[in-house]
Design a protein around this ligand. Structure first.
Ligand code: B3K
Ligand code: ZN
Length: 841
């Protein structure tokens, strides 16, 4: 590398710090301008760094290191993927220092102009790095070896560096950008999986076009490569011109991928592509700014997926994830603002908060400034900052300046942890509707909260005030709407306009309003949400053994209407029939009762299934018939929706299994569903229903599990589903089953996907994990300890369920805490130590 003195620095030259992880690097030599440097004299080695004592402006520094990628089980830096025998890199956040000594920080942007890769021709025919390929050929001294030289003209931080070396298959295509430049696109995987790459390729082309149309952003290199690797800590990585992907987010065909997998491939391909501008061209000054690129890029991928499929469906899905994942993070010891203020290991902060709450914050800019205003802000952001490493404040300033508004108060969203609450109080008299909104949060001063709002006439159901964005900026504010002809029903926080909890001041939700909204709100999101709130009431009443017949009637009515809806928006219909998840429900409880909640939710589900069994069955059969008549397998919104609805109905039907006869009937139905499945979505739905069957259904369950395993023929992603289905099953002895599966020859702690599909999935099986014996906690605790020696990024993530111990009753809490204490007494990785110690604080 060539050193360039910082023009802003005045004074004597000071030692230059090169970061390097000595646990995986063996330094051979350091040279400056060709001159070998001496340890102790010209440079010093210290834990985590190499100090160049007298750096010279313009000097060329060469470091030579040895490393052993085969032993790198952390999957950070340069490592070998066991399944494919390929070598690949993962540098974000701090993996580059595990490849060589370098100023490994995001604001150090450099051009990597000559990356030379050399390997055995036969075993490693593919040699890839960032940018454009300058040269390739046979090594002159050894014709069994070849080399390639890559050059990336765009300055980038080291976290965006990538190299891949292996025996890979690929598919090729191209994309001609809006200005007429032809870009070569290539997607690589293990040769046996190439037939599963076309959906990723099409998604990439759609992403490229969408970014041009929506934001005027065009691709900038001559080629774009994507490589799928099986062992990967995260979803994917946006390295400039050479994305590296977890196979789970690239490979998809109808036989092995569910609709959700297809949607995820499209979303993640989009996400990494969009990073080319939001993350790569404009990057982060330091890691505290991570949400600058992640929140923004998640927002962009959400908008993309919404445009490609259905906007309201996508919104519902995104809010479901936010509520289930981010709200609980914000209610526990890992709660942090979207721009964290401290970290021990940065890798612990690739969180739901930074990513999805971060995306909600970006969405609020758009809600406040309108899409046109938001686009103006984006344009100014790129005009001012292209090619540099900037901060969240720079983004906010671009939005404010482009729209000539003051966003000082809005900045609190970057520094305030926790989920704010918005309380409302309403009244109607003489044609005037009054709405009082108040807020409470962990910010000392009030926050700037956009509350999208509309009014519907109570008598006619007509929308009398269309969606209006109310800007709540004070602790409490009153809004009035006059000239109304009769009483109205308010629809608040439409499209989930802010990441807050919404509550009536009285504490009592008007359930007749909810029932009205569930039936008639013109805002698709709120129509769904009103139904969810009714279900929530009934589930809690069931838990407390105090069912109100009024609530019951409202729920029945909402469910029946959703069931009988004549629509082709089957996904919306499916979501309207789906009860809130246990993790979303637990957010409503001060002390979480996981087993009680599981039972109460189950009871409500079974009661609905029994009450509407014949209607559910008719709709199910109707869908089955339509689907059987179809000759072509499609992955479009309508086909996906139809499968989603039919699978939701299957779950209801299979929940009816009290008597032996019912158990037999349920098993037969699920088995038929499983055996006649045309693609993985239906197959896994059938298997999932069977997985929780016992008694008279046990044989069918075991048979289906075996068939599924045999059909998988060793396909890694399909086997992950096999493990996961068993880990989340609703069976009394699931922990023992999971323990046995951990010893299965196909199980390994070394592969993060496999690990997640069994261990993390079990921790999400709330009733089993939280069994009062504490055995679930012990199993997780000891597995985390084992895993920490291999892969700290994964072990620390797994600890996130244990650190929630304060949310549970005394006995459970103490048992969970005991596992944290056991871990704390061990020698842990920095990553895990940070989570465990926050959990015990
Ligand atoms: N930027 C990467 C995440 C890197 C993870 C570091 N532990 C993926 C993404 O958000 O696109
Ligand atoms: Zn990202």
């Amino acid at each position: 590398m060539t050193l360039v003195a910082n023009p802003r620095y005045v004074g004597e030259p000071i030692p230059l710090v090169l970061d390097g992880d000595e646990t995986c690097l063996q330094l051979r030599s350091v040279r400056m301008n060709g001159q070998e440097l001496r340890e102790g004299v010209d440079y010093e080695l210290a834990p985590g760094r190499l100090l160049l004592k007298t750096p010279v402006d313009g000097a060329v520094v060469q470091t030579v290191v040895d490393l052993v990628p085969e032993e790198n089980t952390q999957l950070s830096g340069l490592y070998k993927d066991e399944a494919s025998a390929m070598y690949c890199t993962q540098c974000e956040a701090m993996g580059f220092r595990r490849i060589t000594y370098y100023p490994d920080r995001p604001d150090n942007m450099a051009t990597f102009t000559s990356v030379r890769l050399e390997a055995d021709k036969e075993r490693y025919p593919i040699l890839l790095s960032n940018g454009n390929r300058l040269d390739q050929g046979t090594v002159p001294e050894d014709d069994s070896r070849h080399y390639a030289i890559w050059s990336d003209p765009f300055p980038k931080p080291s976290y965006l560096f990538a190299a891949v070396v292996g025996k890979l298959g690929s598919i090729r295509d191209s994309y001609t950008t809006v200005s007429g430049k032809k870009v070569q696109l290539e997607v690589f995987s293990e040769p046996r999986n190439v037939h599963k790459l076309s959906y990723a390729m099409e998604s990439l082309q759609r992403s490229m076009q969408w970014d041009e149309q929506r934001f005027g952003l065009e691709y900038d290199l001559e080629l774009y490569n994507v490589v799928a690797v099986d062992s990967f800590n995260m979803g994917a990585m946006e390295n400039k011109g050479l994305n590296v992907f977890n196979t789970a987010y690239v490979l998809a065909d109808e036989g092995t991928a569910t609709d959700t997998d297809f949607e995820r491939v499209e979303g993640v391909i989009g996400h990494e592509y969009f990073h080319n501008w939001t993350g790569n061209r404009v990057t982060c000054r330091d890691w505290f700014q991570l949400t600058l690129k992640e929140g923004l890029t998640v927002f962009r991928d959400q908008e993309f997926s919404g445009d490609m499929n259905s906007k309201p469906v996508k919104r519902i899905e995104d809010v479901r994830v936010l509520r289930a994942r981010q709200f609980s993070e914000d209610a526990g010891p890992m709660s942090h603002p979207i721009r964290p203020e401290s970290y021990i290991s940065m890798d612990n902060f690739y969180t739901g908060t930074v990513y999805i709450k971060g995306a909600e914050v970006i969405r609020m800019y758009q809600t406040i400034l309108t899409p046109e205003g938001f686009n103006k802000g984006m344009k100014l952001y790129f005009e001012c900052h292209d090619g540099s490493a900037v901060t969240c404040d720079d983004f906010l300033a671009a939005m404010a300046d482009a729209n000539n508004v003051d966003l000082t108060q809005f900045a609190l969203w970057y520094s305030t942890p926790g989920t704010p609450t918005v309380q409302y109080e309403t009244s109607y008299a003489d044609g005037t509707f009054t709405l009082k909104l108040s807020q409470s949060s962990r910010s000392v001063t009030p926050m700037h909260i956009p509350v999208a709002f509309g009014l519907l006439d109570k008598a006619t159901g007509q929308e009398v005030v269309p969606t209006t964005v109310l800007e709540l900026k004070e602790a409490s504010q009153v809004f009035t709407f006059d000239g109304l002809e009769g009483d109205v029903v308010p629809s608040l926080l439409r499209d989930f306009s802010a990441p807050v909890k919404l509550e009536p001041v009285s504490g009592e939700v008007d359930e007749s309003d909810l029932a009205f909204l569930a039936a008639r709100d013109t805002d698709g999101f709120n129509r769904w949400d009103a139904g969810q709130r009714l279900y929530t009431s009934l589930i809690f009443q069931t838990l407390n053994d105090q069912i109100s017949s009024t609530t019951q009637a409202f729920v029945d009515e909402a469910f029946r209407m959703a069931l009988e809806q004549k629509t082709t928006d089957y996904s919306i219909q499916a979501y309207a029939l789906t009860l809130p998840s246990e993790s979303t429900l637990s957010e409503e409880m001060k002390i979480v009762d996981p087993v009680g909640l599981h039972e109460a939710r189950g009871k409500v589900k079974k009661a609905l299934a029994r009450k509407y069994e014949s209607e559910i069955r008719t709709t199910y059969d109707g869908l089955t018939e339509t689907m059987q008549a179809e000759t072509e397998f499609k992955v479009d919104a309508e086909a996906i929706g139809r499968r989603r609805l039919r699978n939701t109905l299957l779950e209801y039907l299979c929940s009816i299994r009290e008597t032996d006869q019912e158990q037999i009937a349920a098993a037969e139905l699920a088995m038929k569903h499983f055996q006649n499945a045309k693609g993985m979505t239906d197959k896994i739905a059938g298997l999932g229903a069977l997985a929780s069957m016992d008694g008279e259904g046990a044989d069918a369950r075991d048979e289906a599990m075996q068939t599924f395993y045999d059909d998988a023929e060793g396909d890694a992603l399909v086997l992950n589903k096999w493990f996961m289905t068993q880990a989340v099953a609703d069976l009394p002895d699931v922990l023992n089953r999971v323990k046995k599966l951990k010893e299965h020859p196909d199980f390994t702690l070394k592969n993060p996907n496999r690990c997640r599909s069994l261990i993390s999935a079990f921790a999400m099986n709330s009733a089993a994990f939280h069994d009062e014996s504490g055995e679930g906690y012990k199993f997780l605790g000891s597995t985390i300890a084992e895993l920490d020696k291999l892969n700290p990024q994964i072990s620390s993530r797994m600890a996130s369920s244990l650190i929630q111990w304060r949310r549970y009753d005394e006995e459970r809490g103490q048992l969970m805490k005991a596992e944290l204490e056991k871990l704390n007494a061990m020698k842990l990785s920095e990553d895990l130590f940070e989570i465990v110690s926050r959990g015990l604080k």
